[in-house]
Ligand binder design. Structure first.
Ligand code: KIV
Ligand code: NA
Length: 277
């Protein structure tokens, strides 16, 4: 089917077609996700944790994000690629933030950027949108603020917190965000916000009432990491499969079973005789 755009994503919401988003961080993960029919690929700053081995997303740099985005956009033919702006790259002046977003688009060839936060981001979203940079919002659990939030916890559970998330969602849409990620919020609140907005909502730990869902590539495949959050469903055990394959390779090298004749090159007997003199 045809290439995904901001226009087709809005249409999907109108037609009540659920949007499938998955993270990817390199060429093969993007190619596989794209070929499997994922609508949106997120180059998430979760790459800091799942592919770079950091404890949080905070150490991830703009150059890291651009490097991985370049690989992902080479692998994604149909899917719409969104890249996270990393920690502290959009909290200074609007000019600085715009320049950083611009690098993600020009060097990484992403089609949009995602930023974590509420109504305070409205002026930046307005400027990006005016400059031709589509923006995805991200509210609820915002991992770049983990130290401010006091851990990875469900957000919006009190009446005041729920009202703030609703107000933020409306402000982000009003400012021009074309989609909104909601992470770790009660399903009733996510459903309410999804009804109030005309832009698509993409949930992660936000229940089935969102217009789409996003999960982390390595989480759904059980590839590399340890324990996964409650909201993850593991669809394969790639980690075990890969470990088993590597262990077999190691065993065959040690036993001499690998390489076999079919993995080996040979030369003519006469050539060999001349070498021996
Ligand atoms: O970085 C990421 O992978 C994300 C998603 C989990 C929404 O922001
Ligand atoms: Na992220």
């Amino acid at each position: 089917s045809s290439t995904v755009t901001v226009v087709s994503l809005r249409e999907m919401k109108r037609n009540r077609e659920r949007i499938v988003m998955l993270t990817a961080y390199d060429y093969p993960s993007a190619k596989i996700a794209d070929e499997a029919g994922v609508d949106m690929i997120l180059v998430g700053d979760s790459l800091g944790m799942v592919v770079l081995g950091y404890e949080s997303t905070l150490p991830v740099t703009l150059d890291d994000m651009i490097h991985h985005t370049k690989a992902v956009t080479r692998g994604a033919k149909r899917a719409f690629v969104v890249t996270d702006m990393p920690f502290l790259t959009y909290h200074g002046t609007i000019e600085d933030a715009l320049r950083s977003a611009g690098r993600i688009m020009q060097e990484g060839l992403a089609k949009a950027v995602k930023i974590e936060g509420g109504a305070e981001l409205a002026p930046l979203i307005r400027r990006c949108t005016q400059a031709g940079i589509p923006v995805v919002g991200h509210i609820g659990l915002t991992p770049q603020s983990v130290h401010q939030l006091g851990g990875y916890k469900v957000q919006g559970k009190t009446p005041e917190a729920a009202q703030k998330l609703l107000d933020d969602a409306l402000a982000l849409e009003e400012a021009g965000a074309f989609a909104l990620v909601m992470e770790c919020v009660p399903k009733q609140l996510a459903e309410l916000i999804s009804h109030k907005l005309s832009i698509p909502t993409i949930g992660i730990g936000a229940g089935a009432g969102c217009d789409g869902q996003v999960l982390v590539y390595h989480d759904i495949l059980s590839y590399g990491g340890g324990r996964v959050p409650k909201f993850v469903k593991q669809y394969a055990d790639a980690g075990s499969l890969i470990k088993q394959a590597i262990a077999q390779y190691a065993a065959e090298v040690r036993s001499g079973a690998f390489p076999a004749a079919e993995h080996t090159f040979t030369m003519k007997e006469e050539t060999l005789e001349r070498l021996y003199g």
